[in-house]
Write a protein that binds this ligand. Structure first.
Ligand code: ADP
Ligand code: MG
Length: 140
């Protein structure tokens, strides 16, 4: 079933200059970018995005990191896009991510782990509308 998921190329990966390689990996995996932009989150925007994690001990550090530099946010569309992207990303901790996954290749730590991907249809819907208005969907 065709689905949409939200992906973020995080500040650490943008600093490494691997935006192009990560987007190439999405396309090679059959995940088609249908909306995309580069932006810098404020701390408040990062806190709203990660609100489900507000009670976690890493919340302040995570949201400071996400606001530390520009990110690329994308909506990816394709069959089983949510799980397909999670598989392509690898585990949250790059040290535990399967070889060849984006986080295994580019992640530096459990926090600076290169990419975000929605984990369910409900979070995908929330996360897509958090960053994109309907008029911004160039490809669908
Ligand atoms: P995922 O991004 O794989 O869905 P989570 O939703 O559990 O992982 O966490 C959101 C983000 O918070 C992670 O991608 C990572 O950047 C950060 N994070 C998760 N766990 C930790 C941790 N123990 N310490 C620091 N940062 C963490
Ligand atoms: Mg998550």
């Amino acid at each position: 079933m065709s689905e949409r998921t939200l992906a973020i190329i995080k500040p650490d990966a943008v600093r490494k200059q691997v935006i192009g390689d990560i987007i190439h990996r999405y396309e090679q995996a059959g995940l088609r970018p249908i909306a995309m932009k580069m932006l810098r989150m404020t701390k408040a925007v990062a806190e709203g995005f990660y609100a489900v994690h507000r009670e976690r001990p890493f919340f302040d550090s995570l949201t400071t990191f996400m606001a530390s530099g520009p990110v690329v946010v994308l909506v990816l569309e394709g069959d089983d896009a949510i799980k397909r992207n999670r598989d392509l990303m690898g585990a949250t901790d790059p040290a535990k991510a399967a070889p060849g996954t984006i986080r295994a290749v580019y992640g530096a730590s459990i926090e600076a782990n290169a990419v975000h991907g929605s984990d369910s249809p409900e979070t995908a819907q929330f996360e897509i509308q958090y960053f994109f208005a309907s008029m911004e969907f160039a490809g669908g």
